[in-house]
Ligand binder design. Structure first.
Ligand code: ADP
Length: 395
């Protein structure tokens, strides 16, 4: 029996799952929120029972200590030696990491250098890694990167048409994110297609609060919509996605704001929130649209058009497609979004089974047998990917 912890550390949060490998059984799952505050929230679910406590948790090290104590108290583990590995989600691996790696001092140094490219994420991920190393020095620590899956992109997909030295000096290029999710659902779709993996062409559509698409050929990412940062690509909950870059200095001048305030507009005040003026949550947008709110309708239409346009573009890049896969919060749950996106793609011979499209919470084929492209809904499972990669090193 080998137990693996899959960890996703944010600046003030820590999501975790303990899995039994290789059986992939999820033993316990939980979340620590508001780390750094007197009223932090610690929760753990085990045997169908969720326990939540509010207490001061002033740093990640304390959060990890609490988690480990809870694992002993609840008799989830008899000793910490049972936890053979800890897999960490790391947002940015730059050009350095094209697959998961065991965390060494050398790797930690690299991650610190890469913090420049992901200042909001990598430092938090590093804090999480160090906190677990301190408490579980014998467990194998593994870094699993959001960018790694997209490192197979060719130069013509990842390079921006900018002055070349900006790429050479600063690494300004497309990296892409959500790689663990795109890879997981693409692999599931390859299984479901039942043809040799190297012959498959799949478009994965990960739409949650953040969102991105990937074009996956023979199991490898050849293009994706997010870019140098997770701001690019499709419209998201609060992020704009692609806009003319000249809009940024124009707004800064008109509104008399600095760079940070401008970035805030594009990251936090745009997307569904910005256009609708209502909410970043797709459920609210759909409710408002259905009761006649015009701005909500505009937001919905922009959102679905931008996804459909990228699917069209990737259909060309891939020279066809065997399958389109919807995943993440909106992709897995929102029949109206899937229907609207697919409705814009009739030219590709896509035909949706309306009844199947209404279901959720499971892996589904939602296209008809006549459809020229299969359309799947596949719940994503980044934690399982992290656990698998970690287990591979533990073995
Ligand atoms: P994150 O990117 O933060 O991981 P999720 O993948 O959990 O986000 O997706 C969260 C989003 O999923 C919510 O903002 C909400 O808009 C959307 N969502 C969840 N359930 C539904 C639903 N039934 N219908 C439409 N949207 C939904």
């Amino acid at each position: 029996m080998t137990k693996i912890l899959a960890v996703n550390a944010g600046s003030s949060s820590l999501k975790y799952q303990l899995l039994e490998m290789p059986s992939q059984e999820v033993i316990t799952i939980g979340l620590v929120e508001r780390i750094g505050f007197e009223d932090a929230i610690f929760n753990i679910s085990f045997n169908g029972k969720k326990t939540e406590t509010i207490q001061p948790i002033l740093n990640h090290s304390v959060a990890v200590q609490l988690l480990l104590e809870a694992l002993l108290d609840l008799k989830i583990v008899a000793s910490y030696e049972e936890i053979a590995g800890v897999g960490h989600r790391v947002v940015h691996g730059g050009e350095k990491f094209s697959k998961s790696v065991v965390v060494t001092d050398e790797v930690l140094k690299e991650l610190e250098v890469l913090s420049e490219l992901a200042p909001l994420h990598n430092p938090a991920n590093i804090t999480g890694i160090k906190a677990f190393q301190e408490k579980l020095p014998n467990a194998v620590a593994v870094a699993v990167f959001d960018t790694a899956f997209h490192q197979t992109m060719e130069k013509d997909a990842y390079l921006y048409p900018l002055r070349y030295d900006l790429y050479e000096k600063f690494g300004v290029r497309k990296y892409g994110f959500h790689g663990t999710s795109h890879q997981y659902v693409a692999e599931r779709a390859i299984d479901m297609l039942g043809k040799p993996a190297e012959d498959t062409k799949i478009i994965t559509v990960h739409i949650g609060n953040g969102g991105s698409l990937a074009a996956v050929k023979g199991g490898r990412s050849i293009d994706t919509t997010m870019g140098f940062t997770p701001l690019a690509g499709i419209m998201m909950g609060t992020r704009s996605g692609d806009v003319d870059p000249a809009v940024i200095p124009f707004i800064m001048e008109k509104e008399g704001i600095d760079v940070a305030a401008a970035v805030n507009i594009f990251n936090k005040e745009s997307g569904l929130t910005g256009v609708s003026g209502l909410s970043s949550d797709m459920r609210d947008i759909i409710n408002a649209k259905d009761s006649g709110n015009e701005q909500a309708k505009t937001a919905f239409n922009l959102f679905t058009k931008r996804i459909a346009d990228y699917i069209g573009s990737y259909y060309i890049s891939l020279e066809g497609a065997d399958a389109i896969v919807f995943t993440a919060g909106i992709g897995e749950n929102s029949a109206p979004v899937r229907e609207a996106v697919m409705g814009r793609l009739k030219i590709l011979g896509i035909d949706i089974n309306q009844e199947a499209n209404q279901k959720r919470g499971e892996e589904l084929l939602i296209s008809t047998p006549e459809s020229k492209v299969k359309v799947f809904v596949i719940p994503t499972n980044e934690e399982l990917m992290i656990a698998k990669d970690t287990y591979a090193f533990v073995k």
